[in-house]
Design a binder for this molecule. Structure first.
Ligand SMILES: Cc1cc2nc3c(=O)[nH]c(=O)nc-3n(C[C@H](O)[C@H](O)[C@H](O)COP(=O)(O)O)c2cc1C
Length: 205
């Protein structure tokens, strides 16, 4: 397919702060009616240097970092504990746009995780409380039985935020904006953080 919906991605049209620029592009993706505009592929690295990749949902910015929520003892959680670096990619197909983010990952303050956890539907809270994410499971029925047990246990009261569950923020060191253009001559503008702030360069497609 030809990528031809976008006008040139012009340096003068981009904000000097890439996080603010990201917010603009995300707003465009949300306005375009995409199914999951906040879905991003998140790559982590195991202690032996091997990468792993999965989708997570972007849940807003905190002190300039890109937030997501998960289980701290999941595969990604264990990998992040050993190597606190990640890369994330958004792909907004209808807009022919990609954003890549790389940086260091830190856990969010507990109170933010508390607030987010309790803002979710009760069923999601119960699943997050019950699931030992990424552990092997004998049968689905065994998991559903544990969910049912917990539903009974917490009937009529709040489901507590488990120790093993919460948020992270990816603090960007590099953010690239990619826009599809005809004949695969795409536009790529990369922001790198250095001592003086953000520096922007154009990359070959
Ligand atoms: C669109 C989409 C969004 C997802 N969002 C999340 C999320 O926000 N947090 C999460 O823990 N898992 C999310 N998942 C599930 C993960 O992709 C993954 O299966 C899970 O986190 C376990 O990954 P791990 O074993 O590498 O730790 C999502 C999956 C999809 C397809």
């Amino acid at each position: 397919m030809q990528y031809e919906r976008n006008p040139p991605l012009d340096e003068t049209g981009l904000l000097s702060d890439p996080v603010a620029q990201f917010e603009r592009w995300l707003a465009d993706a949300q306005a375009a009616g995409l199914v999951e505009p906040t879905a991003m592929a998140l790559a982590t690295v195991a202690a032996d240097g091997k990468p792993s990749l999965r989708m997570v949902l972007f849940k807003g910015l905190h002190e300039g970092g890109f937030c997501f929520y998960t289980n701290y003892e999941s595969r990604k959680g264990r990998e992040l504990a050993a190597r606190p670096y990640a890369a994330a990619t958004f792909w907004w197909d209808r807009l022919e746009r990609q954003v890549r983010i790389e940086g260091r990952v830190e856990k969010l303050p507990r109170e933010l995780s508390e607030r987010y956890f309790h803002s979710r539907p009760r069923g999601s809270q119960l699943s997050a409380y019950t699931s030992r994410q990424s552990a092997e499971l004998a049968t689905r029925a065994a998991l559903e039985a544990r969910v049912a047990e917990n539903a009974k246990r917490f009937e009529g009261r709040d489901i507590p935020l488990p120790e093993s569950w919460g948020g992270y923020r990816l603090v960007p060191e590099a953010i690239e904006f990619w826009q599809g253009r005809p004949d695969r001559l795409h536009d790529r503008l990369l922001y790198r953080r250095d001592a003086g702030g953000w520096r922007r360069v154009r990359l070959e497609p």
